[in-house]
Write a protein that binds this ligand. Structure first.
Ligand SMILES: O=C(CO)[C@@H](O)[C@@H](O)COP(=O)(O)O
Length: 231
C-alpha cells in the first residue's frame, strides 16, 4: 500500500490521525503510565485500512506528529513511507488487534507499575470496586506470557478480551494493553486500569478483597456505559 494511492481526503485523515496520536502519547507520561520511551498508542485512520503508531524508541519529550508512522493492517509501513523511522516494537500486536477486532479503533500499551505488578504475579485484578464495574465490566483479565517478535502478543490480547467485557488485559510478566473505540478511549482505559490496580493492591494490603456480585457489576456497567456523563 502506498500513501500516493490514497485520495486527498484520506491523506488528510492520515495527517489528522498522526496529530491526534502524537497528542495522545503525551498523556502517558502525564498520567505517569510510562517511563523513558516505554509504551505506545495507535489509532485507525478513518476511511482506510491503515493505522498510525509511534516510531520505536522516540523520546516523549518533543514527540510530535512527525514521529508517528503509518502502517497497514499487517503491520507493514506504507511502501512510500519517507520518514526513515522504524515502527513501534509492538506494531504487530496492534495490527493483530485491528485485524481481529473490527470494533476497536485505538490500542494502548504501557508498563504502568501497579497493573504490571499484577501481571508479574500472574493474577487478574478482581472486580472489587464500583469504578472497575463501570469501566471494565468485571475483573481485568490476565493474558498469556507472550514474547515480542511475532503475533503471539496480539493473539493473546484478542483471545483474552474476546471472553470478557474488559477493555484492558494484563499480559503476563509484561504489562497492560488496552483497547477502545478510538485512541482516547484506549488511553482512558489505561489510566483507569492503573488507578484500580493501585487501589486493589492497597485493599490487598489491608485485608481480604471483596469482589462485587456479578449482577451488581452488570447494573453498574450498564449505567456507566449508557447513562453516565452528558448526552
Ligand atoms: O513493551 C515493549 C515491547 O513489547 C517496549 O519496548 C515498548 O513499551 C516500547 O517500545 P517502542 O518504543 O514502542 O518500540
Amino acid at each position: 500500500m502506498k500513501l500516493a494511492e490514497l485520495s486527498q481526503s484520506q491523506r488528510a485523515q492520515v495527517e489528522r490521525t498522526k496529530q491526534v496520536v502524537a497528542e495522545l502519547h503525551a498523556l502517558l507520561p502525564a498520567w505517569e503510565l510510562v517511563v523513558w520511551t516505554a509504551g505506545n498508542v495507535s489509532e485507525r485512520v478513518p476511511g482506510t485500512d491503515l493505522f498510525v503508531i509511534k516510531a520505536s524508541g522516540v523520546p516523549y519529550e518533543g514527540m510530535e506528529s512527525a514521529h508517528m508512522v503509518v502502517c497497514d493492517l499487517q503491520g507493514q509501513l506504507l511502501d512510500d513511507d519517507a520518514s526513515g523511522l522504524a515502527p513501534s516494537s509492538d506494531t504487530a500486536a496492534h495490527a493483530y488487534v485491528y485485524r481481529h477486532m473490527p470494533e476497536v479503533g485505538g490500542v494502548v500499551h504501557t508498563h504502568s507499575s501497579y497493573a504490571t505488578a499484577w501481571a508479574a504475579i500472574g493474577e487478574p485484578i478482581p472486580c472489587c470496586l464500583t469504578m472497575m464495574a463501570d469501566e471494565f465490566g468485571g475483573d481485568i483479565p490476565l493474558g498469556p506470557l507472550a514474547i515480542i517478535g511475532d503475533d503471539s502478543i496480539g493473539r493473546g490480547i484478542v483471545e483474552t478480551l474476546r471472553n470478557c467485557h474488559s477493555p484492558a488485559v494484563l499480559m503476563a510478566n509484561h504489562g497492560p494493553f488496552t483497547v477502545g473505540k478510538d485512541g482516547r478511549s484506549a488511553v482512558k482505559a489505561a489510566v483507569m486500569c492503573e488507578e484500580v490496580a493501585r487501589t486493589a493492591y492497597l485493599a490487598r494490603t489491608l485485608g481480604e478483597v471483596k469482589r462485587i456480585p456479578d449482577d451488581m457489576i452488570k447494573r453498574l456497567n450498564d449505567r456507566y456505559q449508557n447513562v453516565y456523563g452528558q448526552h
